[in-house]
Ligand binder design. Structure first.
Ligand code: PLP
Length: 356
């Protein structure tokens, strides 16, 4: 079966096999990874290796810190203004879909948000054009969501900004190389392209760690977490360990350039099938289409339940669209091989032949 879930999502089979093979005795320690003390040398070796591998994969410069936090990306929606909107107390947000909207709503509780551009006017079908941004010159930072998981919208290019750029990379981290230097901070919930839920990775330039505002819960204080090596309290050790295995898998597969090539091919195959027929559609402008999350619609929405049920029978799982948008959606993260996308495309063509 192929699992097209948006998250928690498919993990590479090789990683699952490795977990299974060492579940009772990880790295010859006589303990399972999930039984290790987070301060013991066995787990610290796992944690340090995971960070080193991530640094290598993403070419993270030395003046950036890598944090392994809990609370998911949603916790970061509040953590960011508490830590980084302490100059003018104002921040620019680009509203490009469901998740940036959530980030805006949460940040508005902790700082003055300026929506620097809003894609609702174009139905979230393209990112803003360069001349559509209205940045606040006093903003402490600019926040974007480079890949909107529900609307399937991707920024082909970054906006040109003066203030530090903060990016929610939850659904596209590790899918292609990024220039970490373009950002003041990158964050991503793990449960799509990194590993199991329960972990949120933060990559932050040291100069952004100026200290959180008064009243910030200590677990959400990024400077304190950086000082404590992400271990102010017990971190999500098992998720951290699995993330490390995924990083090793990515390195063995050839790294992010290879991933970008594969992801480009998979996306082209699926969008090609959607565009080749009036039976299926995707509303996003070609250059802004996500390579990770592909929402699509049937010309006759009444057939959606039949599509999902028959797809499931054919071993194609979790193809329902998000409840906020409806329709269908295939998430094709790094762990989804081209073979899985081909199976979906074959099924779509057969379904259209029978119902079109
Ligand atoms: N941001 C994006 C882009 C997402 O796709 C998601 C989850 O799907 C979130 C944030 C929320 O993540 P979490 O559930 O880890 O808080």
């Amino acid at each position: 079966a192929w699992n097209f879930s948006a998250g928690p999502a498919m993990l590479p089979e090789a990683v699952l096999q490795r977990i299974a093979s060492e579940l009772l005795d990880t790295n010859g320690s006589g303990m399972s990874a999930m039984e290790m003390s987070h301060r013991g040398k066995e787990f610290l070796a796992i944690a340090e290796q995971a960070e080193a591998d991530l640094r290598e994969l993403m070419a993270i410069p030395d003046d950036y810190r890598v944090l392994f936090l809990q609370g998911g990306a949603t916790a970061l929606f509040a953590t960011l203004p508490m830590n980084l909107a302490n100059g003018s107390g104002r921040a620019d947000y680009v509203r490009s879909g469901h998740w940036s909207d959530k980030a805006i709503r949460e940040a508005s509780r902790f700082c003055k948000v300026n929506v620097a551009a809003d894609c609702e006017g174009n139905g979230f079908s393209r990112v803003p054009a360069a001349d559509e941004y209205r940045f606040d010159p006093e903003a402490d930072y600019v926040h974007i969501t480079p890949n909107e998981t529900i609307h399937g919208l991707r920024f082909p290019e970054l906006p040109s900004v003066e203030a530090p750029l903060l990016a929610d990379y939850s659904s596209s981290i590790l899918s292609e190389p990024v220039n970490v230097r373009d950002y003041g901070l990158i964050y991503a919930g793990a449960q799509k392209n990194i590993g199991p839920a329960g972990l949120c990775i933060v990559i932050v330039r040291e100069d952004q760690l100026q200290g959180a505002r008064e009243g910030t819960p200590s677990l959400m204080d990024l400077q304190a977490q950086a000082k404590a090596g992400s271990m102010l309290n017990t971190p999500p050790t098992f998720a951290w360990y699995v993330a490390g295995l995924v990083f090793q898998w990515l390195k063995a597969e050839g790294g992010l350039t290879v991933m970008a090539e594969r992801n480009g091919e998979k996306a082209a195959l699926l969008y090609g099938a959607i565009d080749a027929s009036d039976f299926y559609s995707n509303p996003v402008a070609a250059e802004c289409r996500s390579r990770m999350n592909v929402p699509f619609f049937l010309a006759d929405p009444a057939l959606e339940d039949t599509f999902k049920a028959e797809a499931k029978q054919a071993g194609l799982l979790t193809l329902g669209g998000h409840r906020a948008l409806g329709g269908l959606r295939a998430s094709i993260y790094n762990a989804m091989p081209k073979e899985g996308v081909q199976a979906l495309v074959d099924f779509m063509s057969d379904f259209e032949r029978r119902y079109g």
